[in-house]
Design a protein around this ligand. Structure first.
Ligand code: ATP
Length: 508
């Protein structure tokens, strides 16, 4: 009889991964053997000084519970005694101090019960309670019948606990992961912040919280905008506007209206009042990229704005006071431009209070693997690829040897191209290796076009331009306009480049 009961009970306890479901099956079997109205399970949590009810089954339902009942210090001591009996019959609940304090808080109708401790690996987990709403319901024979069920009950509870702990740890790790990801984002996607750009990031940290103007210097594509963004994000202006102005991309005739805005009727076509970039940046930061391209006439007006912190819209009279931090950037040698009279010295002094020089990528090759990984992840997301394409170590060292004249932007383009070519990986960058020197025929002679290999025989400038523009297009993956395009890399106006391409018969 006991053996059959043990077998049947164990089968039911093992029927589900959900404790309350197992308990429900078990209850419906055990109610035929015992005078019970329900069964509950709870955990003893001495560190929290409480008992937590985790599952309950009766004739109506089965529920997973999370109800906790606090214990006094003395109660904890009583329950921690190792020699407490495994099974106890309590036929009048009010006679047992601890049980009377705990069980009726969750199940008010309990009058009598059998409590069986669940012990697994010498650890007291908690108890199973077989209860009745009638007093004096239980006899020793009932206790004898269930005593052998302690092990399967303890085992399924221990597994369930392990699962709960794993879930909780998992959730904690996921939260930590999110926090770490966010803190990486706060570093604003500056890859190399702890390596090749460490010195730069130290300067960013030092200047960010001040309102001083910052001048960011470095070759094209080196990450000047990324650093400008980092200054803004680390400043008290983070969350306020960050307005980027590419000074080289605005035609001279539109500069004033773009920068300072205009009043309705200021000129033909000015049908509405429009805010300029400066007004849009009020409270935040204006990033004047390619400041070296600003014509001298505009430089005077910019200096006035910087000195007075006010602007006047085109066609307007009112002075508008602004609160703006200025970050300027250029790939040109501004000091040299000052000497040549192309850049106003007073503006240079004003902007160059705190210059940050970003080293070219070839001088910080330690950043290349991380940047490559970053670019691969970016492209994988962009093209919705199921897996990250791999880069073998020989290809990675090829990337580290390449001189990257277009810096990080060129690298992003190169990786995009490699991902398009082999989306499933591994990525191949052999196209970066110097190809056979290109030879063109000029005056019936063969001439090598690579200037570093050219001899004394020079080719017509147009031919050299044709080859050079074609090369630039190749580097930019055929892109003419926009960020990372050939016009940007060659620092020319896209329309100028288009017309040159047309003239020289170059297809994008
Ligand atoms: N340290 C970096 N971490 C992550 N991405 C970078 C980093 N540096 C540059 N990039 C990426 O390289 C590209 C070019 O960067 P960015 O536009 O900041 O260069 P730039 O120096 O301002 O270029 P330009 O001189 O043409 O204005 C962008 O896609 C940018 O996200």
């Amino acid at each position: 009889m006991e053996k059959t009961c043990y077998f049947e009970a164990t089968q039911r306890l093992c029927a589900s991964l959900q404790l309350e479901k197992s308990l429900e099956h078990y209850f419906h079997y055990m109610k035929q053997k015992l005078p019970i109205d329900g069964i509950f399970m709870n955990l003893f949590q001495p560190e929290q000084r409480q008992i937590q009810f985790i599952a309950h089954a009766n004739n109506e339902s089965a529920q997973a519970l999370e109800q906790c009942v606090p214990l006094t210090e003395e109660m904890c001591q009583v329950l921690s005694q190792p020699d407490r009996p495994v099974i106890r019959i309590i036929n009048h609940i009010e006679t047992d101090g601890v049980t009377f304090h705990v069980a009726p808080r969750v199940f008010p109708d309990i009058q009598s019960l059998i409590l069986m401790r669940m012990i697994c690996d010498d650890t007291h987990l908690g108890v199973v309670g077989y209860y009745s709403k009638t007093p004096n319901s239980f006899r020793a024979i009932h206790a004898d019948l269930i005593e052998s069920h302690m092990h399967p009950l303890a085992l399924i509870t221990a597994f369930n606990l392990q699962g709960r702990n794993l879930l909780a740890q998992n959730q904690q790790l996921a939260e930590q992961n999110d926090t770490l990801k966010r803190s990486l984002e706060v570093k604003n996607g500056v890859i190399g912040a702890d390596a090749g750009l460490k010195r730069v990031m130290e300067q960013v940290q030092a200047i960010a919280h001040l309102d001083t103007s910052v001048l960011i210097l470095g070759e094209t594509g080196v990450g000047k905008e990324v650093i400008a963004n980092a200054v803004h994000e680390h400043s008290t202006r983070a969350g306020k506007p960050f307005i980027k102005v590419n000074c080289g991309a605005i035609p001279d005739s539109l500069l004033d209206s773009e920068l300072f805005g205009y009043e309705k009727g200021a000129f033909t076509g000015a049908e509405q009042r429009k805010q300029g970039y400066f007004e849009q940046a009020d409270g935040g930061t204006i990033f004047l990229d390619e400041i070296g391209e600003l014509p001298l006439s505009a430089q005077v007006r910019l200096l006035r704005v910087l000195q007075n912190s006010t602007i006047t819209r085109v066609g307007g009279y009112e002075s508008i006071e602004l609160n703006i931090r200025v970050i300027a950037a250029t790939h040109r040698d501004l000091q040299h431009m000052v000497q040549d009279g192309e850049f106003r010295q007073d503006l240079w002094y004003r902007l160059a209070i705190f210059p940050i020089q970003i080293p070219p990528l070839r001088q910080r090759t330690s950043d290349i693997p991380l940047l490559a990984q970053f670019a691969v992840e970016k492209m994988t997301a962009k093209f919705n690829l199921p897996n990250l394409p791999r880069i073998h170590s020989d290809q990675l060292s090829l990337l580290s040897r390449y001189p990257w004249p277009g810096n990080v932007r060129e690298m992003m383009n190169v990786i995009e191209r490699a991902v398009i070519q082999h989306p499933e990986g591994p990525l191949d960058f052999s196209f970066l290796m110097p190809s056979e020197p290109e030879v063109v025929t000029c005056d019936n002679q063969q001439v090598i076009i690579d200037p570093s290999r050219a001899g004394d025989k020079l080719v017509p400038l147009e031919l050299m331009m044709q080859k050079y523009i074609s090369h630039a297009l190749k580097v930019c993956g055929g892109k003419v306009y926009g960020s990372g395009g050939a016009a940007e890399m060659l620092a020319v106006n896209p329309n100028t480049l288009r017309s040159k391409m047309k003239k020289l018969g170059i297809q994008a």
